[in-house]
Design a binder for this molecule. Structure first.
Ligand code: HT7
Ligand code: ZN
Length: 886
């Protein structure tokens, strides 16, 4: 497996201006004629051979300027087609290839999903359709003619605008699509199949009348309306917030059931995993609705951040992904509740990106080297990449940031850009040198900021001392760079112990933000009348870990009074974390209460609920209250412990605190459940307020059941019967799934039967069972792998059943006997033969293997070595296995 390095980037020796594609769709013998208008690149090496990429292609014919190539003119290997002496002027190369879409289980290139022809070309799937310069800095204008059996594929979709359609012989028809915007091959797409359709129209701020359509499996049109509406809302938001208008006459979204990731932003033809399109109150939870909205927005926003301005090379992936995640996060924050969404973003970051940054797969947001690019679509590139953009806005201010974005889009439109191009736009608008800030893209590992506060009653000053430390991460992707201090925006404020705001002055705090850009620094506030409580990193202003020795009482003050909602939530999390980490470290047994600290937290949460949630009988923000009641996850606790982790001890510690909260807050929680109950027959709304009420009711049920499983079971059984939404039904089933016994098994069986024909609902059922923290779960998972609805060939099924077990059930994945690791390794190896991308992702479950205590660690290492030593591994799995063991 060869290593690709950023330092080795060279422009392509040839460019492709136009691509004419003619595809004759056939289940096993699809023929593709690609006519490429090529020319030497003035920035390339003159006279160099033309080396086109290919992968699993059968070459049928090739012609240069209309003439067959002479003997010895070309060389074909399984991965390339070389033209030894290309003309040093513009020329046409026509290549005919054949592929078998039905045998394409990798789901990259052209494949069939449930009988629907579709494509996935990012990052390097286009080379599985035809020989090509499959790199993002080669951008061409595409015209695509698609021909197929009318019966098999009445719908034929391509990139850009439709230009022509008609008959093509008996039973055959064709459609021609033209995309006027030059694009890299990874944005090419086509779809052919029998599909249902819902559509609407949107007029852009430039006056363009756009037809928006969502295509789904016939019969599921009734579940496509929410996605369709989300497209229109995304278009309107991007105009309002970034001045970006849509640039074609049609925008199509197609849902398919076999898909390696969430969705793909192909120009004018976004292809989606159906999980992120289909929604009805009866089949989708509130979380599903929120995800659909966010992913529809994300893919749509790529039209500018990714498509109009694309990436020069795959090292710049964060340029489109981090920026687009930032944009979709802003969209969701505007459409929903900003503080609640911010908390959700940070929970994801801490649960997924922080562990990645602390483990063997750590890499900078812009890696310096890779072996398999598909393994770099990571939480670091996406989520930490988004945090970098957010920090830039915090540092520059919203207005300058917007001007920087406008300049970036204006100067880089139609080009394949770099992180440097992006930062240059902001440097020009702000007049600041952003070279130091750029280190965020280069350095792996999560920084820690230690903070200490000191009050001087004589001088009435308050001093905050900061020290940042950066982990040294030595992996291939970091190329051994030594970490240097970063530019860290610290949004902060001071709170009085009584809950007032301290109007203290410090000239180094601008708009509530102090910039820490050295290893150590301190900040002095003057005119402080009494010792304050500092509220630091408000809104999580930087992706760092904070070490701040706040007293229990100070945290209670922040929970009660901080003007920043994020930090009120953070205070509750920190209080809970202290209790859980303390008990887990001590290996404390499962019990009815978590000691005096547990009691302190319960009392604080009781006050919080009394003041916030039931304020005068009205509810302030139920979604926020639900988050405050949710304890830090087991993985987050494991990260805080850091080494010698015993997942069972963490589970016991967390469960003990849940039991105590459920018991001590029980009457309040039950009152909340009643107060929040939806009137019978009330119309369903997926909006944030309704979802928030359901979230708090279900958080209450969960805690009540933890303390009193019998009462909880009775409530959950009733809720399961009466529920009008999938959210409430699934929440009830989740509560039941944690209480062993007949009620659980009966409920699971009934649910499985009721949704027999609904794969996406069965996925939730698979996932719930895979996450039961009991030793019997391993056999349950093995049993479910034989369920008729389960298939290793469908990524959603694998993620629901297997990844839920391996990534979201820490006690069972890390079973002391190693059987959880063995199951995961076994599935990775079986899956690798079908779908290496999904197999490699599953293998990342071993990311934390070095953190667990010795016995488990030995088992994990054995399993990983078994995978690594298996002959014939895909590059994808071999890369993850190799890096995990390095
Ligand atoms: N840009 C896309 C990333 C992607 C992908 C999508 C589907 C299947 C395979 C894929 N490889 C990479 C999706 C996105 O981030 O918007
Ligand atoms: Zn994306």
């Amino acid at each position: 497996q060869t290593i690709v390095r950023l330092a080795d980037y060279r422009p392509s020796d040839y460019l492709i201006d136009r691509v004419d594609l003619d595809l004759r769709l056939h289940p096993t013998e699809t023929r593709i004629t690609a006519t490429l208008a090529l020319r030497p690149n003035p920035a390339g090496a003159p006279g160099a051979p033309l080396v086109l990429d290919g992968d699993e292609l059968t070459l049928l014919a090739i012609a240069l300027d209309g003439q067959p190539t002479g003997p010895g003119a070309i060389a074909v290997t399984p991965r390339s087609l070389t033209l030894h002496q290309p003309p040093q002027r513009p020329f046409l190369l026509a290549i005919e290839t054949q592929v078998n879409p039905s045998a394409n289980t990798k789901l990259m290139g052209l494949y069939r999903s449930n009988g629907v022809y579709c494509t996935q070309c990012e990052a390097d799937g286009f080379r599985r359709i035809t020989y090509f310069l499959d790199r993002p800095d080669v951008m061409a204008v595409y015209t695509t003619r698609i021909e197929a059996d009318r019966d098999e594929a009445p719908v034929l979709l391509g990139n850009g605008n439709p230009v022509e359609q008609g008959e093509a012989g008996p039973g055959r028809h064709y459609a021609v699509w033209h995309d006027p915007h030059p694009k890299p091959a990874y944005l090419f797409a086509l779809v052919g199949g029998r599909l249902g359709r819902v559509a609407s129209r949107f007029t852009t701020m430039e006056g363009r009348d756009v037809e928006i359509a969502v295509y789904v499996e016939p019969g599921k049109e009734g579940r496509a309306g929410f996605a369709l509406d989300a497209v229109a809302r995304s278009m309107a938001w991007d105009e309002r917030s970034f001045g970006r208008a849509y640039d074609l006459d049609v925008f199509n979204v197609v849902a398919v059931s076999d898909f390696n990731m969430g969705a793909m932003e192909n120009k004018g033809l976004n292809i989606f995993n159906d999980k992120y399109v289909l929604a009805s109150p009866d089949t989708a939870t509130d979380a599903d609705y929120a995800n659909i909205e966010a992913i529809i927005a994300h893919e749509y926003f790529h039209n500018w951040s990714g498509n109009r301005v694309t990436c020069r090379d795959w090292f710049q992936l964060c340029l489109k992904e981090g920026l687009t995640v930032f944009r979709d996060q802003e969209f969701s924050s505007d459409e929903r509740s900003r503080p609640v969404h911010r908390i959700a973003e940070v929970r994801t970051l801490r649960a997924r990106q922080f562990p990645e940054d602390a483990g063997p797969l750590a890499h900078p947001v812009r890696p310096r080297a890779y072996r398999e690019i598909n393994n770099f679509y990571t939480a670091t590139v996406y989520e930490k990449g988004a945090e970098i953009v957010r920090m830039l806005r915090t540092l520059l201010g919203a207005e300058t940031f917007r001007r920087g974005m406008d300049r970036y889009f204006a100067t880089c439109d139609g080009t394949a850009a770099t992180v440097e191009d992006f930062l240059a736009a902001f440097a020009a608008e702000s007049g600041r040198d952003l070279a130091h800030f750029a280190r965020w893209y280069e350095q792996a590992g999560t920084p820690t900021v230690a903070v200490a506060g000191a009050y001087d009653p004589e001088g009435k000053t308050y001093t905050l001392s900061f020290r940042q430390s950066l982990p040294v991460v030595a992996t291939e992707a970091t190329a051994g760079a030594t970490p240097e201090p970063l530019v860290i925006p610290v949004a902060l404020g001071l709170v009085t112990p009584e809950g007032g705001t301290v109007e203290a002055a410090s000239e180094r705090v601008r708009d509530g933000v102090f910039v820490l850009d050295r290893a150590e620094d301190s900040l002095v506030f003057t005119g402080v009348a009494a010792a304050p409580v500092p509220s630091l990193f408000r809104g999580f202003s930087a992706p760092v870990k904070v070490e701040h020795a706040l007293s229990h009482g100070d945290r209670l003050t922040l929970l009660a009074h901080d003007g920043d909602a994020f930090n009120r939530w953070q205070a509750a999390q920190s209080l809970a974390m202290e209790v859980v980490v303390g008990r887990a470290r001590a290996g404390a047994p499962l019990g009815p209460e978590a000691g005096p600290e547990g009691a302190g937290l319960t009392a604080a949460l009781a006050t919080f609920l009394d003041r916030e949630a039931l304020d005068g009988g009205t509810l302030a923000d139920p979604a926020f209250a639900a988050l405050v009641l949710t304890l830090p996850g087991e993985q987050e606790v494991a990260q805080a412990i850091g080494a010698g982790v015993d997942p069972d001890a963490i589970w016991r510690a967390r469960q003990t605190l849940r039991v105590q909260l459920g018991r001590d807050l029980g009457p309040r929680l039950l009152a909340l459940r009643d107060a929040l109950a939806e009137p019978r027959g009330a119309p369903f709304s997926p909006d944030a307020a309704s979802a928030g009420r359901r979230a708090l009711r279900n958080a209450a049920l969960d805690l009540v059941a933890a303390a009193d499983p019998e009462a909880g079971t009775a409530l959950a059984v009733d809720q399961l019967e009466a529920a009008a939404t999938m959210t409430d039904r699934l929440a009830a089933l989740a509560v039941l799934s944690l209480v062993p016994g007949e009620a659980r098994e009966a409920a699971l069986a009934r649910f499985g039967e009721a949704y027999r024909g609904e794969p996406l609902v069965l996925d939730k059922w698979f996932a719930l069972q895979a996450m039961i923290p009991e030793a019997a779960t391993l056999d349950r998972v093995r049993g479910l792998m034989r369920h008729p609805a389960f298939s290793l060939g469908n990524p959603n099924r694998v993620r629901s059943l297997i990844a839920s077990f391996s990534l979201n059930n820490p006690t069972q994945f890390h079973r002391p006997d190693g059987a959880g690791y063995d199951l995961t390794a076994e599935v990775v190896l079986a899956l690798d033969r079908k779908n290496p991308q999904v197999a490699a992702r599953l293998l990342t479950a071993f990311n934390t293997w070095r953190m667990v205590e010795d016995g488990r660690r030995r088992h994990a290492e054995d399993a990983l070595r078994r995978v690594a030593g298996t002959p014939g591994l895909s590059p994808d799995v071999s890369d993850i296995a190799g890096r995990s063991l390095a």
